[in-house]
Design a protein around this ligand. Structure first.
Ligand SMILES: [Zn+2]
Length: 201
């Protein structure tokens, strides 16, 4: 970045430039927007960033994002606690919830097993899932890991751990194209995949 701007402005442009999808021109435009904004307006952005990093943590039951010890979904008495849908990341919960077809609880793994990237089973929340199933209330586990090599591998590994625990294990129907992801699937396809879920062999 050239030094025609003051050091402080340069820093803001640089930080905006680190955001996904923001090129140098947009970073510059955003920084000037903030510079021109009324102080309370600009501070709202700063506060929102600070809040998201200090207030949001993981639900102690399902590891979804939460502002308290338990997330809104786990605290909802209308949910069927005997069904747990297993997903890789919090974004997947949002995609599935948007379909309006889910009355179950979730378990967020925090990724998928990928030894080449240094992610082993113990880096995920798999042991917490096994604990939840052991507690006895769970009737069915719906695997909703991404339909790709790592997602399928993770789901098979988990099902090998859960099988002895006498729980039904299903997965979303294969309307989802292989190699795709839950996050970017359309609501319609996801809703069909939820309704048509099948036994995991
Ligand atoms: Zn939760």
């Amino acid at each position: 970045m050239s030094s025609v701007y003051t050091e402080t402005l340069n820093k803001l442009i640089e930080e905006f430039g680190k955001l996904p999808g923001v090129g140098p021109k947009t970073a510059e435009r955003l920084a000037f927007h903030i510079l021109k904004a009324a102080p309370p307006e600009a501070m709202k952005l700063a506060d929102a960033i600070r809040d998201v990093k200090t207030k949001i943590r993981h639900c102690q039951i399902c590891w979804n994002l939460s502002e308290g010890d338990t997330c809104q979904i786990c605290s909802d008495p209308q949910r069927d606690a005997s069904l747990i849908c297993v997903v890789e990341q919090p974004k997947d919960v949002i995609s599935l919830e948007k379909t309006g077809a889910c009355k179950w609880l979730y378990h967020v793994l925090g990724g998928h097993i990928a030894p080449l990237d240094g992610v082993e089973a113990h880096d995920l929340t798999i042991d917490k899932l096994v604990e939840r199933v052991r507690s006895g209330q769970v009737r069915e586990i719906v695997m909703a890991t991404n339909p790709n090599l790592e997602g399928d591998g993770t789901s098979l590994y988990i099902s090998s751990l859960l099988r002895p625990l006498n729980v039904r294990i299903t997965r979303l129907a294969r309307g989802l194209p292989t190699g795709s992801s839950i996050e970017f699937a359309s609501g319609r396809i996801l809703a069909d995949a939820i309704l048509g879920r099948q036994e995991l062999e």
